[in-house]
Design a protein around this ligand. Structure first.
Ligand code: NAD
Length: 355
């Protein structure tokens, strides 16, 4: 297969971690006979320095013309004092809006080799914990009317059936590519928007008979994520609930450097990036953990390019690297000599095999 990938290296550790993800993609291309063409895109602080704009229109157009976008991270102290509309994060917001991505998808996986890093009890971590939260990204209370009048503040929570249906479909389709279990999380005992949410999810379930749908109230879900996270495969939920639950879920894995994410909209073209920022404190020191970006590339193969075997191969290579005991500084135990960012990427490339 032939795929065009827009590559945003960004700022801080961005260029270092993206380089390693591209090395992994290149090895996948060799093993499986694909061609990945990369187009460099300037976004964030580096684009401000070069173009005076965190995402010039021509750079956005390169992303829109691609089959998917791989992003490192943007921002850093150098650009703290630029005017608000020119901040590096504005580039990211413009990119998400331009691509029309309305779904943010974050896996929460506890790698057995890193179980000690989880704040959960060993008996809970011993289970196979590997789920994904599909969060509606551009609707709900964050996008409703906000006002404060005469000492009373109001925030409007509103969802249309169409908005619920399109995120619901991403939930069902994600479940189809995984363990075929979807848990719809809402607060239908109190909120009208949640009752509509539940109704739409059940209507959609008839179109996806291979996926088992369950319902859970958001307060119960917050408890279940720490009590019995192994029960989940895919969770689909609205914007604010998803914001809170996905942060809770990333905490139980214990390492910010390991977590990938995707943002999807109506087309197969997605935005793939690690959940962490540009880590200016370790930038340029060959210390960053590139695994969150490497696993983001694996998500791109699975969810945008329908290359499940290739995505599995990357995840197995990461597992083999961890099994062998290698750790970057962020997850190394005391007394252990960490490997650098480049060595980590090279080792994962070496462990890549075609089944
Ligand atoms: P951060 O995620 O960059 O760093 C938090 C801590 O985690 C730091 O100690 C850092 O060294 C460590 N860390 C993060 N990623 C790591 C990795 N891959 N390997 C090893 N250690 C890692 O968060 P921050 O310090 O709050 O933000 C720094 C900059 O990043 C800010 O300018 C912020 O606006 C920006 N940011 C960008 C994005 C993005 O591009 N999507 C997201 C969050 C923050």
């Amino acid at each position: 297969m032939h795929k065009n990938i827009a590559v945003i290296r960004g700022d801080g550790i961005g260029p270092e971690i993206v380089e390693q993800a591209l090395n992994v993609l290149n090895r996948v291309a060799e093993l499986y006979g694909h061609t990945f063409i990369y187009t460099d895109v300037d976004m964030g602080g580096c684009a401000i320095d070069k173009w005076g704009d965190p995402l010039p229109e021509a750079q956005l157009q390169k992303c829109l013309a691609s089959d998917s976008v791989l992003l490192g991270a943007v921002g850093g102290p150098k650009w703290n004092d630029v005017p608000g509309h020119l901040r590096p994060e504005k580039g990211l917001l413009r990119l998400r809006a331009g691509m029309g991505v309305y779904s943010n998808n974050r896996p929460a996986k506890i790698w057995p080799q890193l179980a000690d890093a989880s704040p959960l009890k060993p008996s809970i971590v011993a289970e196979d914990i590997d789920f994904i939260i599909v969060r509606e990204l551009i609707g709900g209370i964050y996008f409703g009317e906000h006002k404060t009048e005469k000492g009373t503040a109001t925030d409007v929570l509103q969802y249309s059936e169409a908005e619920i249906e399109r995120i619901g479909r991403i939930g069902f389709e994600t479940a189809q590519k995984r363990g075929k279990k979807l848990c719809s999380v809402e607060k239908s005992n109190v909120l009208d928007s949640s009752r509509l949410w539940k109704k739409v999810m059940h209507r959609l379930a008839e179109e996806y008979p291979d996926v088992t749908l369950s319902d859970m109230l958001v307060d119960n879900c917050a408890m279940q994520i720490v009590k019995n996270p192994a029960q989940f495969d895919v969770i689909v939920t609205e914007n604010m609930f998803g914001d809170i639950l996905s942060d809770e879920a990333s905490m139980i894995t214990g390492s910010i450097g390991m977590i990938p994410s995707s943002s999807l909209g109506a087309t197969a073209c997605g935005l793939y990036e690690p959940i962490h920022g540009s880590a200016p404190d370790i930038a340029g020191k060959d210390m960053a953990n590139p695994i969150g970006t490497i696993l983001s590339a694996a998500m791109m193969l699975r969810y945008s390019f329908d290359m499940a075997a290739e995505a599995d191969a990357i995840e197995k290579a990461v597992s083999a690297y961890l099994d062998a005991g290698y750790r970057t500084a962020d997850i190394a135990g005391s007394g252990q000599t960490p490997v650098g960012c480049r060595a980590c990427g090279q080792l994962i490339v070496n462990y890549l095999t075609k089944e």
